[in-house]
Ligand binder design. Structure first.
Ligand code: PEP
Ligand code: MN
Length: 263
């Protein structure tokens, strides 16, 4: 199978805009859960870049638990992010929720497939027909084998630019929103050549343990981190509790790059 080490013994290196991810190349992706306003996203991009981040995240189509919660700015959000990504010279990543949205992502450097869509096989196959990199999040209750099979759905259609993202899985624990499965890094590295990015924000659901999870992920061999941060987390439209303050993002990024030197 195409995601397996047998198919491709060397670690894959995926190009995302002007950066590379995998095979020793590390992604420090930062940004808000949701794109809210031009000003909010630009402020965020400015400190993400200044702190040493090398890619920008932001949701324009949001898979909210409640249909009454903020659903995202849609295409207008993607346009804002494109402009800001260019201005700060960072590739951009955003979640695509449906086949009908794919065409709106022309200026986006990497598609994010959210945890809730990990087994939306029609969407995966359609993304497999594009040649844009895909950040494939692990499903809320998906096994590593199921996650890798979802990568196969994309790769079997021709697009081999897949990056796996562990964002926490459902367990019985209630102190954290989900449980970060750090063992997935080591296991996936044995089974697959694909890069693995860790999302401690959605795993933890709380900003106070993001640093511990991030540093542990780097030490375990992760190829990148995707971190939610907001200039004013209390005012965020989504996931404010888990979003780092600008200063926390800066401190974390500094530590991550220092630790990564030894990997
Ligand atoms: C997100 O990245 O904001 C998000 C909704 O992530 P997940 O699909 O992992 O819940
Ligand atoms: Mn979020």
């Amino acid at each position: 199978k195409k995601a397996s080490k047998q198919w491709h013994p060397e670690d894959s290196i995926i190009e995302v805009g002007n950066i590379k991810i995998g095979g020793g190349h590390f992604a420090m992706i930062g940004g808000p859960c949701s794109i809210e306003t031009y000003n909010q996203l630009e402020k965020t991009a400015a400190y993400v870049k200044e702190s040493g981040g090398n890619a920008l995240r932001g949701g324009a189509f949001k898979p909210r638990t409640s249909p009454y919660s903020f659903q995202g700015l849609g295409k207008d959000g993607l346009d804002m992010m494109h402009e800001i990504g260019q201005k700060y010279d960072m590739p951009i990543v955003s979640e695509v929720m449906a086949i009908s949205q794919i065409e709106l992502f022309e200026d986006v450097d990497m598609f994010q497939v959210g945890a809730r869509n990990m087994q939306n096989f029609d969407l995966l196959k359609e993304l497999g027909k594009t040649n844009k990199p895909i950040l494939l999040k692990r499903g809320l209750s998906a096994t590593i084998q199921e996650w890798l099979m979802s990568a196969e759905y994309i790769m079997s259609e021709g697009n081999e630019n897949v990056i796996l993202c562990e964002r926490g899985i459902r367990t019985f624990e209630t102190e954290t929103r989900n449980t970060q499965d750090l063992s997935a890094i080591a296991v996936v590295k044995q089974l697959s050549h694909l890069p693995v990015v860790i999302d401690p924000s959605h795993a933890a659901g709380r900003r106070d343990i993001i640093e511990s999870l991030s540093l542990a992920a780097v030490a375990a061999g992760a190829d990148g981190l995707i971190i939610e941060t907001h200039p004013e987390p209390e005012r965020a439209s989504s996931d404010g509790e888990q979003s780092l303050y600008p200063e926390q993002y800066r401190e974390l990024t500094e530590k991550v790059w220092k630790l990564h030197q030894f990997m």
